[in-house]
Design a protein around this ligand. Structure first.
Ligand code: UAG
Ligand code: ATP
Length: 521
């Protein structure tokens, strides 16, 4: 698989370094102004010949420490601050900027000739639902655009060509390069997730979205943002002139309601909780919802600003996905997609990797088997509650909890699983540097608080074995849900990333079960 940075235009525009300097009021020695710039990066490990290397004073290191490596790899200039300039020893033009981090995005947009201006673009922010909503939006954009770009936690994709994504929102130079590569290949629209880290660290500066969406704000990432107020402020940055032209804000929580009032750009509001007071005042509202017992998804009614009621559907189970589908429909409509077309496209959206992904359908003696990314207590409750109504038999869960992350949630996850599922297979997630057995023990502590005798509770020291065990003990009436890792393509154990994916293991286990059944037939 290509690395994300290779997702660049094949034939990048060539600019003179002096023109870049002029455009941003930077100073370059005239004897060096004729150097040709064809790309840009903030990471020495991603440099391609012709790049400008923006050396950012980071939270861990000053990027200028890596400037010499960048130059060796072909960087034609370095943009950095005064402290960074002191660290550059290579013979390269150094352009001084007060805030290199803030400049990286605008520079990248310039270097790639402002690709976002030639694409219809939609960005989604919020604590939960970014990935799901972004996929739904892309499905709606695809209905009218021949080629689309998708950027988010799971993958970076142009049309059907995808690479794994290193994070939810990539650094500005990578973002602009992918949009430019998309344009070059004929894309006319893009849907992207915008994380709060990206907003705080300027990864989307220089990019003006056509439409920005806000899903919700819940307690998360406070280590980075300080407090909820700081988290809200960072999320709100997406709703600003120059960053997005218009917005759609879900007003189910107090933060959405506040954003709708304070937003300096025009926003439409959307209420997705049936019967909530906001439903009367919001521009758009979900007025009826049925989470559906057929296991396929949910039906709902979306009231438009003109009062017309539209029948719609979410292809994923659970009320949260009614919210995500409704937001995606309104976002896509705001981005120019006919409402009926958006509603239809979202109802038939492709499965989202690792988000309530149905890997095996119920039948032929096999249980319905799903993979979900739920790795927080709230998400685990939602996931288990969503599959209970579509489970005629027992609900079997395979789960664990991450190492080197929030230890407090381990017993809570155990307690939730014991309460809401019938059969538990406790195993490893990404143990990282921790002892996997002690993580499982902490989870089992929570399980015991609900089921002291540990009835129907199993423990497996390998995640793949856990999935095989779960499938072996489940019948056709049962549902097996494997939570925590979702789409992740690796498992991190003792500092080593092993290729691993829950979906692939389920498929292997099923293939094995089928082969065994055929042998015995
Ligand atoms: C808090 C945070 O997001 N930090 C990110 C940030 O760090 P930083 O700017 O402080 O950079 P640094 O590591 O001090 O390095 C300084 C500079 O030197 C450069 N460098 C560094 C090493 C090297 O060999 N060569 C080199 O050029 C770096 O590219 C950087 O520009 O820039 C670095 C380079 O791009 C990122 O690796 C780093 O992400 C860290 C690893 C991270 O885990 N980020 C997560 C929290 C994140 O961004 N998550 C959100 C999603 C959150 C969510 O909703 O779940 C995301 O959008 O993925
Ligand atoms: N609208 C929503 N409100 C609350 N919870 C949600 C919502 N949508 C999804 N979730 C829960 O959050 C989990 C993550 O969903 P999704 O991946 O779409 O969100 P995200 O914002 O991209 O999160 P992450 O950044 O962790 O990938 C899901 O497993 C689901 O249980």
């Amino acid at each position: 698989m290509t690395s994300p940075v290779r997702m660049r235009p094949q034939v990048p525009a060539a600019h003179r370094l002096a023109d870049l300097a002029d455009a941003f009021s930077l100073v370059v020695d005239p004897s060096q102004g004729d150097r040709t710039v064809t790309g840009i990066t903030v990471s020495s490990t991603d440099v391609e010949p012709g790049d400008v290397f923006v050396a950012i004073p980071g939270l861990r290191a000053h990027g200028a420490r890596f400037a010499d490596q960048a130059v060796e790899a072909g960087a034609v200039a370095v943009v950095t601050d005064a402290a960074g300039a002191e660290l550059v020893t290579a013979d390269v033009p150094v352009l001084l900027a007060d805030e290199p981090r803030d400049l990286a995005g605008p520079l990248a947009a310039w270097v790639y000739d402002y690709p976002a201006e030639r694409l219809v673009s939609v960005g989604v922010t919020g604590t939960n639902g970014k990935t799901t909503t972004t996929y739904f939006v892309e499905a709606a954009l695809r209905a009218v655009h021949p080629l689309t770009v998708l950027l988010g936690t799971v993958e970076l994709r142009i049309g059907d060509v995808a690479v794994e994504s290193p994070r939810t929102t990539v650094e500005a130079p990578a973002l602009e390069a992918i949009l430019a590569a998309g344009l070059e290949r004929g894309a006319t629209a893009a849907a992207m997730e915008v994380s709060s880290h990206a907003l705080a660290l300027g990864r989307v500066r220089g990019l003006e979205l056509d439409v920005a969406g806000f899903s919700n704000l819940q307690r998360d990432h406070l280590d980075f943002h300080g407090d909820m107020e700081g988290y809200f402020r960072d999320k709100s940055r997406l709703f600003a002139p120059g960053q997005a032209r218009r917005g759609v804000v879900v007003v189910d929580d107090e933060w959405g309601r506040r954003l709708a009032v304070e937003s300096p750009i025009p926003v439409e509001t959307l209420a997705t909780h049936v019967g909530a007071p906001e439903a009367h005042t919001a521009d758009w509202a979900v007025t009826w919802a049925d989470i559906g017992l057929d296991g396929v998804g949910s039906s709902f009614v979306l009231r438009a600003p003109d009062g017309a009621e539209h029948r719609a559907a979410s292809p994923l189970p659970g009320l949260v996905n009614v919210s995500n589908a409704a937001l995606a429909i309104v976002l896509a409509h705001a981005a120019g997609v006919d409402l009926a077309v958006a509603i239809d496209a979202v109802a038939h959206a492709h499965e989202i990797p690792g988000r309530m992904e149905r890997v095996v359908e119920r039948g032929d003696g096999l249980p319905l088997s799903l993979v979900d990314y739920a790795h927080t207590p709230d998400a685990l409750v939602l996931a288990l509650e969503a599959v209970r109504p579509i489970t005629p038999g027992r609900l079997v869960i395979v789960f664990g909890s991450d190492g080197d992350r929030d230890r407090g949630k381990r017993p809570i996850m155990g307690e939730i699983a014991a309460r809401l599922a019938d059969v538990l297979v406790v195993t490893d997630e990404n143990p990282r540097s921790e002892d996997p057995a002690s993580i499982r023990a902490a989870i089992l502590g929570g399980v015991r608080s609900v089921r002291p005798d540990l009835a129907d509770v199993h423990e497996a020291t390998s995640r793949a074995q856990a999935i095989h065990d779960a499938l072996a003990l489940a019948t056709e009436r049962d549902t097996v849900i494997v939570t925590g890792k979702g789409h992740e393509p690796t498992q991190e154990i003792a500092g080593v990333f092993h290729r691993y994916n829950d979906r692939d293991v389920i498929r292997e286990a099923v293939a094995l079960a089928r082969a065994r059944a055929e042998q015995h037939a």
